[in-house]
Design a protein. Structure first.
Length: 240
């Protein structure tokens, strides 16, 4: 089957949800695709020819923006995938990543936008053993950390308590969670999982995120991610 005849697989790459490892599995299964397509925004480089010459695409773009960018140019049906994880653990991992970027090469760090580098400087210099200091950072940089998974999977403008997320989820072939990630990465145990990509060392005791003050804060401030995760895991289990 030629690439032109296949479905186009699109991975909505939610930060810190094993997306880089999933990219590696897609490459091993289908051949090389295009990652980080957000880098093509505003450059007119993601042409119909480029889109229709690869088996899959991946990028840090919300569902609605990815859909608007790709579907008008694709000659193939589009099959959407995403992954999400426990909301509290996701915030902890994403928060840690903003510290981690300063512990890699200078070139890696300098490749980030200045606002992200400034977030790193503030978070890395915080007493991250103090839950109130972490809460202050999460509140200050809420657009980065809070309800991040739902804003990617549902869409940048569609997240809120009045939104029926189940309608948007019907557009996805699969939302991968920790419960079925191994099956995805091993193709149903038919192959070895790819090496884990982009893993980070924790730069604080992550158990701090289970402090009652942080748990209570995230239950309210990150409530849409919790609602979506509950919906996805119940759907995966076959219950309503």
């Amino acid at each position: 089957m030629t690439t032109q005849q296949q479905e186009l697989i699109v991975l909505i790459h939610v930060p810190k949800t094993a997306g880089s490892t999933m990219n590696a599995r897609l490459a091993a299964t289908y051949g090389e695709g295009l990652t980080h397509i957000e880098g093509h925004l505003g450059k007119n480089t993601l042409t119909p020819d480029k889109i229709n010459s690869v088996p899959w695409l991946s990028g840090h773009l919300p569902f609605d923006r990815f859909r608007a960018l790709v579907e008008p140019k694709s000659t193939r049906p589009v099959r959407y995938l995403a992954a999400m994880r426990d909301p509290l653990l996701h915030v902890a991992s994403h928060y840690n990543w903003l510290i981690e970027i300063g512990h890699r090469s200078p070139q890696f760090f300098e490749g980030h936008p200045e606002p992200v580098k400034e977030m790193h400087r503030i978070i890395a210099s915080t007493d991250n053993g103090d839950p109130q200091s972490i809460i202050a950072n999460l509140s200050r940089f809420g657009d980065m950390f809070l309800n991040c998974q739902s804003r990617y999977i549902i869409g940048s403008k569609g997240v809120g308590p009045a939104t029926d997320y189940s309608r948007t989820l019907t557009a996805y072939d699969q939302i991968i969670t920790p419960q079925n990630l191994k099956d995805f990465l091993t193709d149903g145990n038919r192959c070895e999982p790819p090496p884990r990509k982009n893993a980070a060392t924790y730069h604080f005791d992550r158990s701090i995120f289970y402090h009652p003050a942080l748990v209570a804060y995230l239950a309210e401030a990150n409530a849409e991610d919790a609602r979506l995760y509950d919906l996805v895991t119940k759907k995966e289990a076959g219950s309503d």
